[in-house]
Design a protein around this ligand. Structure first.
Ligand code: ADP
Length: 272
């Protein structure tokens, strides 16, 4: 120990008014980070003060998606100031804690735990209404650490319609429950492609590129397993605009709010 008392995590205190949502998935590439940043913006759009913690050690793509990839947090005394974004949410990323951006760090359990606590306790978040955490995919060390430090966090499970994705998503949900966290719902992403030809003549034909039923399956399984209702919070269609928004650092919920993906994400935010 360096003799300094470890600062407490404000969100873990009994009187905390901040809702903490951990966004989890069974595997990578299902859109967990895209969902996290867009839900954050949608909540901010409701007038809430929102912070985002990027705890995805494998990806840490959140800063780029929010347009602050090149920024580093500043420090005031021994507090870290989160990076403000154009959309009004503040963000800290596990990638920002590394000395150099291109550095590859083999994060191990205790280091990950320390990094997570640092992002929660040593960052000056102010009075947040909501804090969203982008977890790494799977059921690894970060998920366990979060469960230990913030058992009050509510978990949102993201999956695609595919059987294989749903199965691993169920495991991520079960893990959260073992850590005494409540799973508040399931988001099915990449649910379908609205057929562009049918859109022109007003019919609503959906191309189910990744199959169907994954979200409902995860919701049903977890509801049965936990003995409380785990709803499907919404289905997000495949949307080029959503991908582009992520690539250029302007999330679709703000940049293109009438796009199908943005409409779905904004509706999901009202159900949190
Ligand atoms: P994860 O965090 O689960 O690894 P990402 O959010 O990084 O996934 O998404 C993976 C890729 O898929 C990104 O390029 C993202 O822009 C894209 N993507 C995610 N959801 C959608 C969607 N509904 N429509 C189109 N592209 C999407």
């Amino acid at each position: 120990s360096d003799g300094k008392a470890q600062r407490e995590i404000p969100f873990a205190q009994p009187g905390s008014l901040t809702k903490v949502y951990a966004i989890a998935s069974g595997k990578g590439g299902v859109g967990k980070s895209s969902v996290t940043v867009n839900l954050a913006l949608a909540l901010a759009g409701q007038g809430l003060k929102v912070g985002v913690v990027d705890a995805d050690i494998y990806g840490h793509s959140v800063p780029a998606m929010l347009g602050v990839a090149d920024q580093r947090p500043t420090q005031v005394d021994d507090l870290i100031m989160p990076v403000p974004t154009a959309s009004g949410v503040s963000v800290i990323s596990i990638g920002m804690l590394k000395p150099r951006r291109d550095q590859v760090v083999a994060w191990r359990g205790p280091m990950l735990d320390r990094a997570l606590v640092q992002m929660l306790a040593d960052v000056y978040w102010g009075d947040l209404d909501a804090l969203l955490l982008d977890l790494p995919p799977g059921t690894g060390d970060i998920a366990i650490s979060l469960g230990q430090h913030l058992p009050g966090a509510e978990v949102v499970v993201v999956t695609t319609p595919q059987e294989a994705a749903a199965e691993v998503a169920e495991r991520a949900g079960t893990m959260a429950s073992m850590m005494h966290q409540r799973v508040v719902g399931v988001v099915e992403n990449m649910s379908y492609l609205p057929c562009p030809h049918c859109a022109a003549d007003g019919t609503d034909h959906r191309l189910e590129i990744f199959g169907s039923g994954g979200g409902a399956r995860v919701a049903e399984t977890l509801s049965q397993r936990f003995g409380y209702d785990v709803p499907v919070l919404g289905e997000i269609p495949l949307d080029t605009s959503l991908r582009e928004g992520g690539d250029v650092g302007k999330p679709i919920v703000d940049a293109d709010p009438t796009a199908p993906g943005a409409v779905a994400l904004t509706a999901i935010a009202t159900r949190l």
